[in-house]
Design a protein around this ligand. Structure first.
Ligand code: 13P
Ligand code: SF4
Length: 307
């Protein structure tokens, strides 16, 4: 049996195919190191959505999970969007359906609907505006309504509620990676690294947010570590971010808050899959235009909010 090509061979084949296809590769900060290293842009959900909307090229290879590729397809319907790992999904996005949201809206007709991008295109289509972890507070503050249905992440909803007098009605969804972290994990990590600054993602529970020193999106965490005068950090988000932290801020020491913070869906994409996706232009992600048009309104409204 022939040996599988190594990462060096795959990376140079990907670069060749990228040229041939006029493709760009977008990778989320949680992707495995070799994927981050071949990507044109590595970033958080907001940065990747902005990149998908603005970048030239015929093809977007989205190394992340399904809702991210869907958002790219909605924003750039003229491009071919491929998700190399077909089954890479975000369980949180499955925690609310469009029917459930329609029911919540009918019970609260005066409320605006803010929808975290970690959601399906159908749920986005039922929403007034989207948000990501980096602009959720600004998005809520941008609304004129006094009541806000916030779906699907209850922890992000409760985090945004700290910064507004509006009544926030959180949906009961959550991230299976961040929601299992407790304030006890933070205390244990502080005991292990007493001089370290604790940074956590807003998908964490409220008591974890209270126990941390700073809260930010994945790219917000990277910016904070790189620009801070502190030298040592405990990082309370998915461990894939450590690859970028070590690359972008090599003089800083970053410890994972918990080794258990692994998103298996974000780890499904490898270089061989990217190579296949560029060769076959599959698995392709498309959104029916009737749904896409309504979802696009909510996403572009979000992109116009300064955060
Ligand atoms: P960011 O937008 O902060 O990168 O978060 C995306 C995500 O899925 C976090 O779990
Ligand atoms: Fe979804 Fe959580 Fe994975 Fe982010 S880390 S993609 S919210 S399951």
């Amino acid at each position: 049996m022939a040996a599988a090509p190594d990462n060096k061979v795959l990376s140079s084949e990907i670069l060749r195919l990228k040229e041939e296809r006029d493709a760009i590769i977008l990778a989320h900060n949680y992707q495995i190191g070799p994927i981050q290293d071949i990507a044109d842009i590595t970033g958080d959900s907001l940065e990747l959505a902005r990149a998908a909307a603005r970048m030239e090229g015929d093809v977007i290879v989205f190394c992340g999970v399904d809702f991210m590729a869907e958002t790219a397809a909605i924003l750039s319907p003229e491009k071919i969007v491929v998700l190399p790992a077909a089954d890479a999904c975000c369980p949180m996005a499955g925690m609310i359906t469009a029917d459930e949201l329609r029911l919540a809206k009918s019970k609260n007709p005066d409320a605006a609907v803010v929808c975290y991008v970690n959601s399906t295109a159908e749920v986005k289509a039922e929403s007034d505006i989207c948000c990501t972890s980096s602009n959720a507070v600004a998005v809520v503050q941008s609304l004129t309504e006094d009541r806000v249905i916030f779906v699907p992440d209850r922890n992000l909803a409760l985090y945004a509620a700290r910064f507004t007098d509006k009544e926030i009605l959180p949906w009961d969804g959550f991230c299976i990676v961040h929601d299992r972290i407790t304030a006890g994990h933070v205390q244990e990590a502080r005991k292990r690294h007493p001089s370290a600054t604790v940074l956590v993602h807003p998908e964490c529970r409220p008591d974890v947010i209270d126990a941390a020193d700073h809260v930010a999106s994945t790219s917000g965490i990277i910016r904070y570590v790189c620009s801070s005068s502190d030298k040592e950090f405990i990082i309370g988000t998915e461990i894939g971010i450590l690859h970028r932290l070590n690359k972008d801020c090599p003089k800083k020491t970053c410890h994972p808050l918990s080794e258990s913070m692994v998103c298996t869906n974000m780890k499904k994409t490898d270089l061989a899959m990217v190579c296949d996706a560029l060769t076959t232009l599959r698995p392709r992600i498309t959104v029916p235009e009737e749904t896409a048009a309504r979802a696009r309104r909510a996403i572009t409204r979000m992109l116009s909010v300064d955060a």
